[in-house]
Design a protein around this ligand. Structure first.
Ligand code: ADP
Ligand code: MG
Length: 451
């Protein structure tokens, strides 16, 4: 009876995977059993591996906020005994402990059948996607079980097919504003970004496939001279689409074969070719892990920020980012005579937004709304310096930002950032430091504390 329900192959595997009596399988049809292969685990309620008894499975879950080009990461615990889940938000700050986001509860859309890598489900109005198994137990037991049950390869499509690693090399940084606009126009969303000052070790890790090649010394010189902009880009088939947009290694050839490609437009020669792209999915995952590690990988730290902590702070607010103004705001900043020393995308947590805006508490009627705005999606923090006179950075940048209220700005200072990109007193495109004495602490808040 069991044999005809499950087939010989499954029968061979089951005893190894499951220690519960096989008779409890008889109530399942073959279809249900195979489609929901994981039901096996459910019936057992807990599993034993390496001497430990597991009552729950653990997954990494991404919540994609497509509009804001940001991804929040969670650990999802799935309790086998009662179909309940618990969510912990994994925080980017080094050493920050995961924060309880959803207490153990039952969620209609969640059942064991949905617990596989690539699966998407809705939790309290948010689309969550399982990106990976979060512990060896879940990976070995659930992962293998699913493979054995021949699930469609689509169910295992790793998340990184939709993301890729991209980097602007030093020679492209002066045109980063223009390039960011092109990236946006080509349908890529930026999920992470950070300007980095690479050292030799970073470069050897990034280009490990070129170990021993004659041009490696050149690469180390080239990429350590000044900062690069590292990014995680999101799009369907991100890896191949980005490779195509980057163009071939030699810009001279790219100008013939693909004149619209980034290397054709911004590269000089085979060495100085402006942009980097990952060759394939495996490389893109490895490279993203170097620059934006979700957990510490071995003894390596990610490349360090290029911030000098000598300029003044500008925050491109979440609404302005969502509306696609980042490239244009950077263009205005450059035209205004400023140099962007560092740029980094942040997802600011409420407690940090409250702390950062603390000086406005009780003073500014919009305080609560400002905190809400800053936490509603990704923002980009910039360290900017006035090129002609570093000492004037703060006052000159306040002039460029314009009056706090964009309506007033449009009347009296129409060429300012807030006049051009602002909407309301809260959604006024950019934050800039008010008082000269706060410049250092504000730059340090983003480029030191929140690193
Ligand atoms: P790609 O970046 O197109 O994947 P490779 O992986 O072959 O190209 O090389 C990595 C980088 O090393 C290139 O982008 C380029 O900056 C540099 N490079 C490659 N080949 C040469 C060369 N022959 N001379 C100088 N630099 C080179
Ligand atoms: Mg390569």
């Amino acid at each position: 009876m069991l044999g005809c329900l499950l087939g010989p192959r499954t029968l061979v595997l089951l005893p190894r995977l499951c220690s519960f009596p096989c008779s409890s399988l008889l109530s399942l049809s073959k279809d249900t059993f195979i489609r929901r292969g994981l039901g096996v685990l459910k019936m057992e309620r807990s599993l034993e591996m390496n001497g430990y008894e597991y009552k729950r499975c653990s997954f990494l879950v991404d919540w994609d906020d497509e509009d804001a080009s940001l991804v929040r990461k969670f650990q999802l615990l799935y309790y086998l005994e009662d179909d309940t889940i618990e969510l912990y938000e994994l925080r980017k700050n080094k050493g920050a402990r995961p924060r309880l986001f959803l207490k153990r509860t039952r969620v209609a859309a969640v059942n064991l059948g949905a617990m596989h890598v690539g699966s998407t489900f809705n939790v309290m109005g948010r689309n969550m996607r399982i990106s990976d198994f979060a512990d060896e137990f879940t990976r070995n037991k659930l992962g293998k079980l699913l493979q054995w049950f021949n699930k469609s390869p689509d169910d295992f499509l790793p998340l990184y097919l939709k993301r890729t690693f991209a980097m602007l090399k030093p020679d492209a940084m002066d045109q980063s504003d223009e390039i960011l606009n092109l990236i946006k126009d080509h349908g890529f969303k930026i999920a992470k970004m950070k300007t980095v000052s690479l050292d030799r070790g970073d470069i050897l890790r990034l280009y490990k496939e070129h170990e021993g090649k004659p041009f490696l010394g050149f690469l180390v010189n080239y990429l350590t001279t000044s900062p690069c902009l590292a990014m995680e880009l999101v799009a369907d088939n991100a890896v191949s689409r980005w490779m195509e947009f980057v163009g071939t290694t030699d810009p001279e050839r790219a100008r013939v074969d693909a004149p619209g490609s980034l290397r054709a437009l911004y590269g000089r020669d085979k060495g100085y070719n402006a942009v980097h792209g990952s060759n394939n999915e495996e490389d893109s995952k490895r490279e993203l892990d170097i620059f934006f590690p979700s957990t510490k990988v071995g003894n390596f730290s990610p490349p360090r920020t290029s911030a000098t902590l000598e300029g003044t702070l500008c925050i491109v607010k979440p609404h302005a980012l969502k509306e696609g103004h980042l490239g244009s705001i950077l263009q205005e900043i450059r035209k205004g005579g400023f140099r962007v020393m560092a740029m980094q995308m942040f997802y600011v947590e409420r407690v940090n937004a409250e702390e950062f805006y603390e000086v406005y508490k009780g003073v500014m009627p919009e305080y609560a709304a400002m905190v809400d705005e800053l936490t509603q999606g990704a923002c980009v923090a910039l360290e900017v310096r006035y090129d002609a006179d570093v000492g004037d950075s703060h006052s000159r940048f306040r002039e460029l930002a314009g009056p706090r209220d964009p309506d007033i700005a449009r009347h009296i200072e129409p060429s300012t950032l807030r006049a051009k990109f602002g909407k309301t007193r809260v959604e006024n495109a950019v934050h800039c430091t008010d008082l000269p004495e706060d410049v250092v602490s504000e730059v340090e808040y983003f480029f030191l504390m929140l690193q």
